[in-house]
Design a protein around this ligand. Structure first.
Ligand code: FES
Ligand code: FES
Length: 183
């Protein structure tokens, strides 16, 4: 009997990512989401799987500095991307908390903490977007977006963070924590 050549693996590809500043190379099934690659292949379990449908924001990470729902992105499409998860936002190997993390603690801005990694990544992304002058639905339409940083009023914070749900209802203190960092 003739030896058979195994079929080429058309279902997996290698991707190179930079995750929290570290180069990582993974071979992923093409159906693997970024969220599953982070949690299961890289052991970064900070980003949470809430709905797995892009509705709750628990899986929010930064991809090339912008907020993204990791459950909606296929890892194979992100070759060469820079990914930041909640594990990467503290400094000195986690010894020095990011000001947002400190403010969340000081303001008691969580209860169970399940949504918190996504809230923190989302808040971080929001600060960058506002600094770059990106408008939101709450931005005065008479203010053109290119006129410098957007002012983060409580309404702006609420609107810009509206993709992050919290089943514990920690919203008031989340807004206060973000305000502390803006001041
Ligand atoms: S788990 Fe991704 S948005 Fe809910
Ligand atoms: S603190 Fe429990 S879901 Fe937000």
């Amino acid at each position: 009997m003739q030896p058979t050549t195994p079929p080429p693996d058309v279902y997996h590809s290698e991707v190179a990512l930079r995750v929290n500043g570290e180069p990582r190379r993974l071979t992923v099934d093409h159906r693997t989401t970024l969220l599953d690659a982070l949690r299961e292949a890289l052991g970064l379990t900070g980003a949470k799987k809430g709905c797995d449908h892009g509705q709750c924001g628990a899986c929010t990470v930064l991809v090339d500095g912008r907020r993204a729902n990791a459950c909606l992105l296929l890892a194979v499409t992100l070759d060469g991307s820079d990914v930041t998860t909640v594990e990467g936002i503290a400094k000195d190997g986690g010894e020095r908390l990011h000001p947002l993390q400190r403010a969340f603690l000081d303001r008691d801005a969580f209860q169970c903490g399940y949504c918190t990694p996504g809230q923190l990544c989302s808040a971080l992304g929001m600060l960058g977007e506002a600094a770059a002058g990106h408008p939101s639905l709450a931005t005065d339409p008479d203010t053109p977006p290119a006129q410098g940083p957007a002012a983060l009023t409580p309404d702006e914070i609420r609107e810009r963070m509206s993709g992050n749900l919290c089943r514990c209802g920690a919203y008031p203190n989340i807004v206060r924590a973000v305000e502390d960092v803006i001041r």
